[in-house]
Unconditional design. Structure first.
Length: 402
């Protein structure tokens, strides 16, 4: 069956698109100027991701018969480039953005709705579409995504006669039994950055908490659970300073029996002697649906004024073949749910994450451009509560008031 090709871009924070170096003639015109060339900007400037994404783009270029001129920049630099170039209208033909920021960039008018190009969006996970939708229009698609899960050390759990946790009670009991000072029972990132907020979301959302109102029993119950894990010694106080990479290092070194983390850590884990497996993030009560945040890149089509090229840009990277290739090579999950069974057969270690993605949510789904403000309140509240500077009941209100 033939599937229409589309482009999807991953949003990176901030405001409007940007031109690539190599735009013809160095003029202020948008895109490349050559109708058979597409300029592309993304932040995968490190290996192996740079080459793996290039291979997908090359397949795409062959399919739609164009030449690609690609620029990659460090993630920390992309926003500044976007801000610098937005006012001069020197946009690339294709822009990759981190999904939480697509709405903010779409709000500037710098992106072209995919409805202009008759893009077929059937079969994509709801969270994917939600992440790239602004005021009723879809501005991009993601070929493959990630989310969070619970990794566990198979040998340590087996030795203790513990089944992989399914509920918070299971998780707390397992973490306590597996803690002997070193290793700790569980590791997670409660750092005062967006990573800390991201890691908290599965617990908040699964417990039916909502970022539109953080001062609720459901949200506070999730925070109390984290505080209790630290207070009873099942998790280290260092969670306050650990990034997700630090959490992986603890688990990989055998210093944590379980960890909350994402599948992007799998290549590093596979280089260790740790016998690991994963499950979805546990729920508070049996019957709840595990809900985790959606991560991944969305490929978008900036407004360049060149209708022919914009149509070509809208035809590409989210084909079934490209989804599977990108997912397999980078430990991501294909965004077409119909591909899940085929993918898990090839990548059984991704089973729990593939299941988790089905119900994953966009961070901007409720608040849109205001999500960063809520995320800041969340990670500050976590810090206040774990350090004991505020009781859980008051932590979100105190964080909201600065």
């Amino acid at each position: 069956m033939h599937h229409r090709r589309y482009l999807s871009v991953l949003a990176v924070a901030a405001a409007v698109p940007l031109a690539l170096t190599g735009c013809s003639g160095g003029t202020s015109s948008s895109g490349s100027g050559d109708p058979d060339t597409l300029t592309i900007l993304d932040y995968y400037n490190n290996e192996p991701d740079k080459t793996l994404v290039q291979e997908a783009l090359d397949r795409c270029a062959t399919e739609v018969d164009v030449t690609i001129k690609r620029e990659t920049v460090p993630g920390k630099d992309l926003i500044q480039k976007v801000l610098q170039r937005g006012s001069s209208k020197t946009l690339p033909d294709v822009l990759m953005l981190d999904n939480p920021d697509v709405q903010e960039i779409a709000a500037t008018g710098g992106l072209s709705p995919l409805s202009n190009y008759d893009v077929d969006t059937e079969g994509f996970a709801d969270g994917i579409l939600e992440a790239a939708t602004y005021e009723g229009e879809l501005y991009g698609l993601a070929p493959a995504v990630n989310t969070l899960g619970l990794f566990y050390n198979v040998d340590l759990l087996d030795e203790a006669g513990i089944e992989p946790p399914q509920t918070w009670n299971d998780l707390a009991d397992a973490a306590a039994k597996l803690t002997s000072g070193d290793p700790y029972g569980i590791a997670f990132s409660a750092i005062a950055t967006y990573e800390g907020a991201w890691q908290f979301l599965p617990f908040m959302w699964t417990n039916e908490g909502d970022e539109t109102d953080l001062d609720t029993p459901e949200v506070k119950e999730a925070l109390q659970f984290w505080v209790d894990l630290v207070n009873d010694g099942s998790a280290s106080n260092s969670v306050l300073n650990w990034s997700q990479a630090d959490v992986k290092d603890q688990f990989a070194a055998g210093k944590a029996a379980m960890m909350v983390n994402g599948p992007w850590q799998i290549p590093a884990l596979n280089e260790t002697d740790i016998n690991w497996d994963s499950v979805q993030v546990p729920v508070n009560e049996v019957g709840q649906t595990p809900v985790a945040p959606l991560g991944g890149e969305v490929w978008t089509v900036p407004v360049t004024g060149d209708k022919e090229k914009q149509a070509k840009a809208a035809e590409c990277i989210s084909s079934d073949d490209n989804q599977l290739a990108l997912a397999e090579s980078r430990y991501l999950v294909p965004t077409r749910t119909a591909l899940a069974e085929e993918y898990v057969e090839k990548m059984p270690e991704m089973a729990s994450f593939t299941e988790q993605v089905k119900n994953a949510r966009s961070r901007t789904g409720q608040l849109g451009e205001d999500w960063p403000e809520a995320a800041t309140v969340i990670y500050n509240a976590i810090q206040l509560a774990i350090t004991g500077k505020a009781p859980v009941d008051d932590a979100f209100a105190k964080a909201s008031n600065g």
